[in-house]
Design a binder for this molecule. Structure first.
Ligand code: SF4
Length: 434
């Protein structure tokens, strides 16, 4: 029985709401599983301030999962996977909407961020999403992150999408994280990823995944627009973009952006409902689910001279490599610093051991120390230790150089950028971030 708004006390004087009842409401709204996280949970402390900025009344996060149909996600015909991503994505937002409406009708303040897109586009190229659904779901006991960095639900595996509803009531009980990880460490996600983005040691090449799988989203779309702008007529455009690619971009614009791969989700055998087929007949599982994706002839998008370009040519010679830009360009020195770890190419950094000091002046003053050694990258604030190369740069000039709007030579001649140390180390630095 629903309560009337005037019967509800203020959030601070209210009795804690029953978690059991909220769970029933979420399930009746269409969720497949639900968990609850306090706004004060240390597991989400890293974005507590951002959540409160969007939801100033937040006291509890209701995290829920929605099942996806497995065989759609597994099909080499990616239109089958994408229709399921879109269908369940829309339903995830619908469940958030229905639960929020129920709570609102009870006089409880509640709101929800989108499941995925649209997001806060004005924040680009910084963090665009309002709530990070994955860590909330993990804190809510709905799963753990697998080697492929997706949440694996103990029963449904990774064939889920995540939603979050933020409410202004405290609960009488909160969820606990799982005490085990359903990930089997089978590394099938590593083997099937066409770009080599998932490393067996748990490393992740964000740029490789983003450039290919998200080709028709955000940065890839920006690159496509710039390709049109740079083309000298239709023939020039067709030299760079095949007709099928143009049609694919139309499809994404018309029906919602389509993923190019997401093969890591397709092959994951973890989860009570999923694992039987893998345990019962491993070679059959590989033959029917993994091999068709590995053997598929398709175009793989890579940035030139990236680790991904080498990987595709070596591991999947039957797949076509297409060199593109991915739109990952810094709009500020702060985003330059944040983006380094996302763009770092471990294999390109092989053999390089150097410490770089960046001293930015002008519109954005900032000191950074970047250390590259043993294929690892460390970025720190301030000028730490002894540098092999010191780069003094006007912030705007450096950003223009990164965006290829200003030549390095010109910036050096005009002293907008000054180097102290071996300049070859700057070229070596650039190779690590193609
Ligand atoms: S495919 Fe295997 S290693 Fe990768 S996330 Fe799933 S269970 Fe873990």
């Amino acid at each position: 029985m629903s309560m009337q708004a005037h019967e509800i006390a203020s959030p601070l004087t209210r009795e804690p709401f029953e978690a059991r009842r909220l769970r029933e409401m979420a399930i009746s709204a269409g969720a497949d599983d639900v968990g609850f996280v306090s706004i004060d949970d240390p597991a989400i402390a890293f974005e507590r301030a951002e959540i409160l900025a969007a939801f100033p009344y937040a006291r509890t996060l209701v995290s829920f999962v929605m099942r996806m149909n497995r065989e759609n996600i597994r099909s080499p015909a990616r239109s089958l996977a994408n229709v399921e991503f879109h269908r369940v994505g829309d339903e995830t937002d619908a469940v958030s909407h229905r639960l929020t409406r129920m709570l609102e009708d009870m006089g409880i303040r509640a709101a929800y961020p989108s499941m995925a897109f649209p997001m806060e586009a004005s924040r680009w190229p910084n963090k665009m999403w309002v709530v990070s659904h994955k860590p909330v779901a993990v804190a809510a006991g709905l799963g753990k992150m697998g080697v492929h960095r997706n949440v694996i639900h103990p029963k449904f595996g990774n064939f889920i999408l995540l939603g979050t509803v933020v409410v202004d009531v405290a609960l009488d009980a909160y969820s606990r994280p799982l005490d085990y990880n359903p990930c089997l460490s089978c590394k099938l996600c590593v083997a099937v990823c066409p770009t080599g983005a998932i490393a067996p040691d748990g490393g992740f090449d964000f740029a490789a995944c983003y450039t290919h799988n998200y080709r028709e989203f955000m940065g890839g779309f920006m690159d496509w627009v710039e390709t049109i702008a740079d083309a000298k007529g239709a023939a020039g455009y067709r030299e760079k973009v095949e007709d099928a690619e143009t049609v694919s971009m139309w499809q994404s614009l018309a029906y919602g952006p389509n993923y190019k791969a997401a093969y890591c989700l397709a092959v994951c055998p973890a989860g009570e409902d999923v694992i039987g087929a893998y345990r019962g007949d491993r070679s059959g599982f590989l033959r029917s689910i993994v091999d068709p994706l590995k053997q598929k002839e398709e175009t793989i998008y890579v940035t030139p001279q990236s680790d991904a370009e080498d990987y595709v040519k070596r591991r999947f010679p039957h797949k076509r490599v297409k060199r593109v830009a991915n739109g990952m360009r810094a709009a500020s020195i702060a985003s330059f610093a944040r983006g380094l770890s996302l763009r770092f190419q471990k294999k390109r950094a092989a053999g390089l051991s150097a410490v770089y000091h960046f001293a930015f002046s002008g519109a954005e003053r900032k000191d950074l120390t970047v250390r590259i050694a043993d294929g690892r990258l460390d970025v720190g604030e301030g000028l730490i230790g002894k540098a092999d190369l010191v780069i003094h740069a006007d912030a705007q000039s450096w950003l223009r150089f990164l965006r290829k709007e200003r030549s390095l030579l010109w910036a050096l001649v005009t002293l907008e950028i000054r180097l102290r140390g071996d300049p070859r180390l700057l070229a070596a630095f650039g190779k690590c971030f193609p």
